[in-house]
Design a protein around this ligand. Sequence first.
Ligand code: SAH
Ligand code: DHB
Ligand code: MG
Length: 224
Amino acid sequence: MILDSISYLLPIYWPYLVGALVPRDAALEAALHDSEAAGLPSIAVAPNQGRMLELMARSIGAKRILEIGTLGGYSTICLAHALPADGRLISLEFEPRHADVARRNIERAGFAAQVEVRVGRAVDNLPGVEGEGPFDMVFIDADKPSNPDYFTWAMKLTRPGSLIIVDNVVRGGGVADPDTRDANAIGVRRMNELIAAEPRVLATAVQTVGSKGYDGFAMLLVIG
Ligand code: SAH
Ligand code: DHB
Ligand code: MG
């Protein structure tokens, strides 16, 4: 009850933070507009979270980025902003229709040469990107039941110093319930168990309040 009230009351502040600190970006706004017009779900990261992804990628000087879950390419474009001229981003997307919208959005944003969207189930395409690693940063944001597999792959595809970010690790709180039957929450919980047992990462998770309500992201630094 109290948590419901808090999650209802707090989101009113996020537009202020976005307005105050995150400059408007015509290509990102067009990407959201065209994604919605094409009927894609409105589940891209919020503008302040997109900026956070760019900030993290820039902080580590990321040159090679892997994204799992492209949708309309909103977070892809945010991450691509951080890339140097010779940087490269591969984004994996299951839905061909999402990938088409994303490719157009990415091209309009000026990143067609650096960004490649690969269509298919991510678990099927991950072996194929192995030769293109190691990646400096991996952003996991696709089907949540597969998060344990995505984390395992991220460990294979990175090196000490790489960052792994996972979106939607709170999703309404089901993750805190050990008896949850929600496949998304179970996916996040199993991933967290793998992370906790993995001595090669320094991990944390932060709760967020944004345009999608109450959620959170996990941040992992590969240290060994
Ligand atoms: N990262 C995006 C949002 C991604 S939404 C952003 O913030 O802008 C999740 C995406 O993962 C959807 O487009 C969905 O089609 C895709 N997806 C779902 N299952 C998948 C799978 N098995 N492999 C790859 N992508 C998948
Ligand atoms: C939802 C939100 C996300 O950020 C995501 O990656 C998948 C689903 C949602 O709100 O349903
Ligand atoms: Mg997400």
